[in-house]
Design a binder for this molecule. Structure first.
Ligand code: 4AD
Ligand code: MG
Length: 505
């Protein structure tokens, strides 16, 4: 049986198999927190109930030892998920000693080096479950609407999103690249099927460590024949609403493990997403236009005051706790408890201090933002602080977007692209738009971007034979998971992250 099935098994005697994540002993009792992959539960081993050798074995168990326990499922509101497991028999499957990840706070460098083990921790468990739900909902959403999933190749002969982030490899003595996006192939497949989506790994050689960039990430790319960019934006909005609705319904337990306040989800499900043309977004970023009565400059100044206030609170708390540690005769247990708290506070302090340093820089760069520039990470953060739903920025300057993007018929300077920025400071999660159908303009753009024409001949065929208006977009799965879980860094959103300087485990 699985721990997740406990609500159906009240008062029944069942057997579970799992791993010890925590152990506490008191007189005549051992409490084990067991995880079995499906969930977590507290097992109670009572000296008065089990055989003496079993009690002794339980007392000696270490974190991550594997056990098989037989016992009774008991309802208890105070316990994890409302149940407790009263053990009648136990069989030790394997003993683990000195498990490297303890219940003390660890530095993230250490944890990332132990990613193969870190995945077992409760927080990672919750994130991976949410990721799984999002993947499930993505397929459901598109399949229900008649989209066909088709896979784009991973080895390609041409760039899609500019040549600066290509990973290259040897392909039988000629050069191949790992795909940056399935889009160009998606366009070909949409001309065969009408509405398709690709969902596969994509690669970008980003030679910098940021909290939003992975070298290998999963992208969902729908492509629709006969769609203009307005229809595209309608689809994006209903798609994101569906994902939020599903996680909100199905992942309550996971969000509470992550301390993720989900109040914003109701907003997102019910409110229309603002659609803002790029030129207006520029004015908002610079603080020239207020949104809901506030400008970016005001919001940033408030944030700075809040951050500074919290920093001095934490500093005070730390020195109080450090004084407590020096009290004469303090017990070891209490000492560890306090030290744990101090370590946690210090971690929080580090993050706040970074923010305190960042905010003035964000302010400067927002005020001086120039029309025609692409939005940087901090500009996106600043802009999205003003909203409590995702926002769609459309009608971008032509020159900062990819070669395939459709030029606006009424303004040659603009491209019919759309970026969706997630609220709460997260920034871009979707990039997409309408595709250029004018073959002469496309050829001109391919030349301007200095892309090899021969690699794009097949793509130009799509304009030669049965060309129709079409649009699509790409959602970065890990960016979505990071925002939905409200994580500080994208590295926790994928089982084994690949980033600049990170290839193992
Ligand atoms: O904006 P991008 O580059 O758009 C495309 O690739 C289009 N061809 C998509 C399309 O229209 N079919 O990337 C799309 C999304 C971004 O909005 C972001 O969510 C994610 O992919 N993304 C990354 N995620 C993690 N790490 C990176 N290095 C990413 N680069 C892009
Ligand atoms: Mg983009």
């Amino acid at each position: 049986m699985q721990i997740s099935e406990f609500p159906k098994l009240e008062k029944k005697t069942v057997t579970i198999k799992g791993w010890v994540t925590n152990k506490r002993t008191s007189k005549g009792l051992v409490f084990l927190i067991i995880r079995d992959g499906s969930g977590f539960t507290q097992c109670v081993i009572d000296e008065g109930i089990v055989k003496p050798d079993i009690f002794e074995a339980a007392r000696n168990l270490h974190q991550e030892s594997a056990v098989e326990c037989t016992g009774v499922v008991v309802k208890d509101e105070k316990q994890i998920e409302g149940y407790e497991f009263q053990v009648t028999n136990m069989n030790v499957i394997s003993i683990a000693e000195n498990y490297p990840i303890t219940n003390k706070p660890h530095g993230v460098e250490f944890l990332i080096d132990h990613r193969h083990l870190w995945l077992r921790s409760r927080r990672q468990w919750a994130i991976m479950r949410i990721r799984n739900q999002i993947i499930y909902s993505i397929h459901s959403f598109f399949q229900e609407q008649g989209f066909v999933q088709m896979d784009a190749p991973i080895l390609t002969g041409n760039a899609c999103e500019g040549t600066s982030t290509l990973f290259s490899c040897d392909f039988y003595d000629s050069k191949a690249y790992l795909t940056q996006s399935g889009q160009l192939y998606g366009e070909a497949m949409a001309m065969a099927m009408g509405k398709i989506y690709t969902f596969g790994p994509t690669f970008r050689a980003e030679k910098s460590k940021t909290r939003r960039h992975l070298s290998e990430f999963w992208m969902i790319e729908p492509e629709m024949a006969f769609y203009d960019n307005d229809m595209n934006m309608d689809l994006i909005e209903s798609f994101i609403k569906r994902l939020i609705n599903d996680v909100n319904e199905k992942c309550k337990n996971e969000f509470s493990m992550l301390n993720r306040d989900t109040a914003i989800f109701e907003n997102i499900i019910n409110k229309k997403f603002p659609r803002i043309p790029y030129n207006e977004a520029v004015k908002i970023i610079r603080g020239e236009i207020a949104v809901n009565g506030k400008t970016t400059i005001e919001i940033l100044n408030q944030e700075l005051i809040k951050t500074t206030g919290r920093i001095s609170e934490i500093n005070k708390e730390i020195s109080e706790k450090e004084a407590e540690l020096k009290a004469p005769g303090i017990k070891l247990g209490k000492q560890n408890f306090i030290q744990n708290k101090i370590d946690k506070l210090k971690n929080e302090l580090k993050e706040l201090e970074e923010e305190e340093r960042n905010i003035p820089q964000w302010l400067e760069s927002a005020k001086n933002f120039e029309y025609g520039n692409d939005l940087g990470g901090s500009d996106e953060t600043v802009l999205t602080m003003l909203f409590d739903t995702p926002v769609m920025i459309y009608n971008w300057p032509n020159h900062i977007k990819a070669f395939y993007m459709k030029r606006d018929e009424t303004n040659q300077e603009l491209a019919k692209g759309v970026d969706v920025l997630a609220p709460e400071g997260y920034g871009e999660i979707v990039g997409g738009g309408q595709r250029e159908t004018n073959i002469d303009l496309l050829i001109q753009k391919i030349n301007e971007h200095e892309l090899p024409m021969e690699a794009f001949e097949w793509y130009l065929d799509l304009r030669r034979y049965g060309s129709v208006p079409h649009s699509g977009f790409g959602l970065g799965l890990e960016r979505m998971v990071a925002w939905i879980c409200k994580l500080k860094h994208i590295r926790e959103t994928i089982p084994f992250p690949r980033m600049y300087g990170l290839l193992t485990p």
